[in-house]
Design a protein around this ligand. Structure first.
Ligand code: AMP
Length: 126
């Protein structure tokens, strides 16, 4: 697994070295608007701990950090007012998912009918 780099973009946002458009913050997580939105509402939720991706977080984060992160994602959706209308959560891990920033983030996408889950669809594995 890729080692965590303390100077990745989202680590720098967490330290306040790079600004963000904050939506929500808890002891465990920070939520802010994606700089290149792919839907009318596009917010990223990141844990405060140093985890490269979901794979790392699921294996290595303490239960309290995992619970706090999951709760913060739900709270963020409610604050955005999309819990009634619906939203999609996406997290990319590794090469095939084309993860760009190596600090775990869950995308909250909402505010419109979101279309197919994967662009263009892909052939199922046989
Ligand atoms: P991923 O491809 O899942 O790693 O997603 C990385 C996301 O980070 C992309 O949706 C980018 O638009 C977003 N992003 C990159 N730089 C920033 C930034 N400075 N502030 C907010 N979002 C960013």
């Amino acid at each position: 697994m890729t080692a965590y780099d303390d100077n990745n973009l989202f680590a720098r946002i967490l330290r306040g070295e790079i600004p963000c458009s904050k939506v929500h913050e808890t002891d465990h997580a920070l939520a802010f608007r994606d700089i290149n939105p792919q839907a009318p509402i596009h917010v990223l939720v990141i844990p405060k701990g140093p985890y490269v991706s979901w794979d790392d977080f699921a294996a290595n984060a303490p239960p309290a950090a995992q619970a706090g992160y999951v709760a913060a994602i739900g709270e963020t959706a409610k604050l955005l007012g999309v819990d009634a209308t619906g939203y999609r959560l996406i997290t990319n891990h590794g090469d095939d998912a084309q993860q760009e920033v190596m600090h775990l983030h869950v995308h909250i996408l909402a505010g419109a009918r979101l279309g197919p889950m994967v662009a263009g669809g892909l052939q199922p594995q046989t």
